[in-house]
Design a protein around this ligand. Structure first.
Ligand SMILES: Cc1ncc(COP(=O)(O)O)c(C=O)c1O
Length: 387
């Protein structure tokens, strides 16, 4: 009971060497970053720029029907109608036929999400976006390139999050990366709203951030993670809709530590996820009706995954989840339902026809890929899956 792996959990590095320009050196120099207080604020800023660029009466943004409710918060704050698209069968990708049907002159942006680190098919989304003059937004909050550089961003605008449980985590912060190679680059950069500077309420901000980060690093230790997990007011792992109230800029505490944390993330290897891949290849996946999604989506071995996603037969998913979580193996069922069924998102109720996204939500199980996962945990996962 006292050994509990967190489902995600890269520790925060508190050293502040290096400048924020290193984001470019360490990732992709084709992009110009704009920093915001969260990934949600960054996405809202990107949608606002897309709305201004196209300037239509009733702007719409297209996004998948299964995913993080923060996408809706960003669209609503920006003043765009979210238009949901079903997933392809047994895949984390949007259904291209439905996407084509729902794309119209009102579409200002198509948002492709790199869910768990699995890249969306951006080149196909681009064809549809260009047909109607919409901006292609690549939401890469859950995907960040490792040292190999695999996870090549393709969006006109790329969204990053440095929030809790993200690949590079600083417990807050986000960015929009503008693609310098696209014709829309200078217009979009000009139209991107500035983040409001939050008034520094006190001189204690550096100490507060330091304490928060130390506490977080302690709590994601597998010997201590049971503690925050047993505190219901922390709402760990719950999916909730939080409306966005402002677009603020990223604070100095986080900005000054970004480069160090990117370096720390990139110095980790893809060892755990490749060991999971190997063990799954040796297991009898039929017992629980398991689909190995990274394998199915042909994700290259060097591409970093935030979580290792599986689809499990509907009537077996919860049983497998209970067995793995009883011995603290860091499994998660992620978002419990499609977006129109999440509390607070009744505004999406009139949109329907998302049977594949629904089936995905009911069958998903993720395994942890972070550096605290040991060979012993991977062997346990293999033993339980093989029954
Ligand atoms: C795909 C995706 N986009 C955007 C966000 C919002 O990021 P943040 O939590 O930094 O606001 C999240 C958060 O989990 C996410 O998963």
């Amino acid at each position: 009971m006292f050994y509990q792996l967190p489902p995600v959990g890269n520790p925060i590095n508190l050293s502040s060497a290096g400048s924020d320009d290193m984001l470019l050196q360490l990732t992709d120099s084709r992009y110009q970053p704009h920093y915001y207080a969260s990934g949600t604020a960054a996405l809202a800023a990107a949608i606002i720029a897309a709305i201004k660029l196209k300037n239509v009466g009733r702007p719409e943004v297209i996004l998948p029907a299964y995913g993080c409710p923060d996408l809706i918060s960003a669209a609503v704050f920006a003043g765009a109608q979210p238009v949901l698209v079903d997933l392809e069968a047994d895949c984390p990708w949007m259904n291209l036929a439905q996407l084509a049907e729902k794309t119209s002159e009102q579409t200002v942006a198509i948002i492709g999400v790199n869910l768990f680190g699995i890249s969306e098919r951006l080149s196909q989304l681009r064809i549809l976006a260009e047909r109607v003059g919409a901006v292609l937004i690549e939401d890469s909050a859950q995907a960040f390139p490792g040292s190999s550089g695999v996870c090549v961003w393709q969006g006109d605008l790329v969204i990053l999050s440095f929030g809790r449980g993200k690949p590079v985590s600083l417990l807050g912060g986000g960015a929009v990366l503008c693609n310098k190679e696209k014709a829309s680059y200078s217009e979009l950069t000009r139209l991107m709203p500035e983040g409001e500077m939050r008034a520094r309420s006190n001189m204690l901000a550096p100490v507060q951030f330091w304490l928060k980060a130390k506490l977080y690093n302690g709590m994601i230790n597998p010997r201590l993670y049971w503690l925050p997990q047993s505190l219901p007011f922390l709402h760990l792992g719950e999916t909730r809709y939080h409306p966005l109230s402002e677009i603020a800029s990223m604070d100095k505490e986080r900005l000054s530590r970004l480069a160090t944390n990117i370096k720390a993330y990139q110095s980790n290897t893809v060892g755990v996820q490749n060991k999971l891949r190997e063990i799954l290849a040796q297991c009898d996946l039929d017992k629980y009706g398991i689909t190995d999604l990274p394998h199915l989506c042909k994700i290259p071995e060097q591409q970093r995954l935030l979580r290792y996603p599986l689809l499990v037969r509907r009537d077996a998913r919860d049983e497998l989840y209970e067995k793995l979580s009883r011995i603290g193996l860091g499994v998660s069922r992620m978002y419990p339902a499609i977006l129109p069924e999440i509390d607070g998102l009744e505004m999406l109720k009139q949109q329907c026809n998302f049977s594949e996204a629904k089936s995905f939500a009911e069958r998903l199980l993720t395994l942890p890929t972070h550096a605290q996962v040991k060979q012993r945990d991977i062997d346990h996962i293999g033993m339980i899956i093989s029954g």
